[in-house]
Design a protein. Structure first.
Length: 438
């Protein structure tokens, strides 16, 4: 059976992990320092390694870097271990070439699974970017830990990434983390919301224009592709882009050249493209609303950001983070408020949570925020009221959803339309239909 290495200064954990690995039929070399771990790697014969983040003589990341730099260590899958998991150390570990990153304590089933996967793989170490500013990214739940690992792997490349997930889940935060941990971190990060700009103006925003391109174009204007040159461009809500503009975007991605509106010659640009959407692009391709060739070009790597209802362990951590930003000194949450936050379904995701905490921080009179201060809505009235027919029930539900979206977006109708997944014009019509005042 393969020979495994454990590098961890916690004697109890080291013995426990050794026992688990030996019970799985493996020979184990267990050491307590980074120096001893490197010596074991140099001796050869190690098939995989478990490496602690905090060692008495060096950082686990430094030892990881040295392990993978040795000819005999290249390709050895290294599984990082830590009792102090954070998004930043996970991203750095994955960038350097770690196979995985596990938070202590680690169960037997998790160890067995990661080891099977590791022994079937050969990893290529990534290159760490010096001076990259760490991005604050809260991820305590297992689904978000997987997102963080993907960010670490993707940050070492220039590959196009498609970030998917419901509105308000934090797709732009994922994009910023990808940029800030990449080799382009000291270059511009530019984001544009394709759904927030009318289709006839979006081309000008993206590609710019030359002087005289249209009435009122008294001077040339640089588009955001050129503004992001050398850096990263996030095309948010890419699923709402018009068919005509999709074709022009595809040409830019293929040729790396931007032609300003009204221009005849192109301008070369070096931009890493990240795209984000809350829509099902697979379905839009099938419906003929999104170009298949553009979809494949954007979907080189995919990162799905889970909704907040799938990441319950993050709710309180996020709430306390938003509280710290909302006031000085920050208020605290009562136990009842904790329970209310954890019980809520969060249809508006992280954005809704942020709004709830900011509002409660202002309205709560004391130093603590209680359940009543949160103002979380109860069950939809339409579910509690008897109605005579299905159309009436659906109409009431629709009106209730619109009111909730408007409340969560602070009366911003464009944002409410985004939350509901409809165009603003349709929202305006529904507001008139239901007699709702935004």
């Amino acid at each position: 059976m393969p020979r495994l290495l454990i590098v961890d200064d916690d004697a109890g954990f080291r013995e426990s992990l050794t026992e688990t690995l030996e019970s799985l039929g493996h020979e184990v070399v267990a050491v307590e320092s980074g120096t001893q771990g490197l010596a074991s790697i140099r001796q050869g014969g190690i098939a995989a390694a478990f490496l602690d983040f905090r060692l008495p003589d060096a950082s686990g990341l430094d030892i990881l870097r040295q392990m993978l730099a040795q000819p005999v260590g290249r390709g050895i899958p290294v599984i990082m271990l830590t009792a102090y998991a954070s998004a930043d150390n996970t991203i750095e570990a994955m960038k350097l070439g770690a196979f995985d990153h596990l938070a202590k304590p680690v169960g037997r089933q998790a160890i067995e699974k990661v080891l099977v996967d590791a022994l079937q793989s050969r990893v290529t170490p990534g290159q760490r970017t010096a001076g990259v500013k760490a991005h604050e990214f809260l991820a305590h739940s297992d689904p978000m830990r997987e997102v963080v690992k993907l960010i670490g792997r993707a940050a070492t490349t220039d590959a196009t990434v498609l970030i998917t997930g419901e509105t308000g889940t934090g797709k732009e935060e994922v994009a910023r983390a990808l940029h800030q941990h990449s080799a382009r971190a000291d270059k511009p990060f530019v984001a544009i919301n394709c759904a927030a700009i009318p289709h006839d103006l979006l081309e000008n925003e993206l590609f710019g224009h030359v002087r005289g391109a249209f009435t009122g174009a008294t001077a040339a204007r640089t588009g955001i592709f050129q503004q992001a040159d050398g850096g990263t461009l996030l095309l948010d809500e890419i699923g709402d882009m018009s068919a005509a503009l999709q074709a022009k975007l595809l040409r830019v991605l293929q040729e790396g050249v931007v032609v300003p509106v009204g221009g005849e010659s192109g301008v070369a640009v070096d931009v890493r493209i990240l795209a984000a959407t809350h829509r099902d692009l697979d379905q839009r391709v099938r419906d003929g609303d999104f170009r298949q060739d553009l979809f494949y070009r954007l979907n080189v790597l995919n990162i799905r950001v889970p909704p907040l209802c799938e990441r319950g362990e993050d709710v309180i951590a996020l709430a306390e983070h938003f509280l710290a930003l909302a006031g000085d000194p920050p208020k605290t949450l009562t136990a009842a408020a904790h329970r209310a936050l954890e019980a809520h379904n969060w249809p508006g995701n992280v954005r809704e949570l942020k709004n709830v905490i900011e509002r409660a921080s202002v309205l709560a009179r004391g130093a603590q925020i209680d359940m009543a201060d949160l103002g979380l809505a109860g069950p939809s009235p339409v579910l509690e009221t008897e109605v005579s027919d299905l159309p009436t029930a659906l109409s009431r539900l629709e009106a209730d959803m619109i009111r909730k979206a408007l409340a969560e977006s602070g009366g911003n109708r464009a944002e409410a339309a985004r939350r509901l997944g409809i165009h603003r014009q349709l929202l305006y019509a529904k507001l008139r239909q239901h007699g709702i005042e935004p």
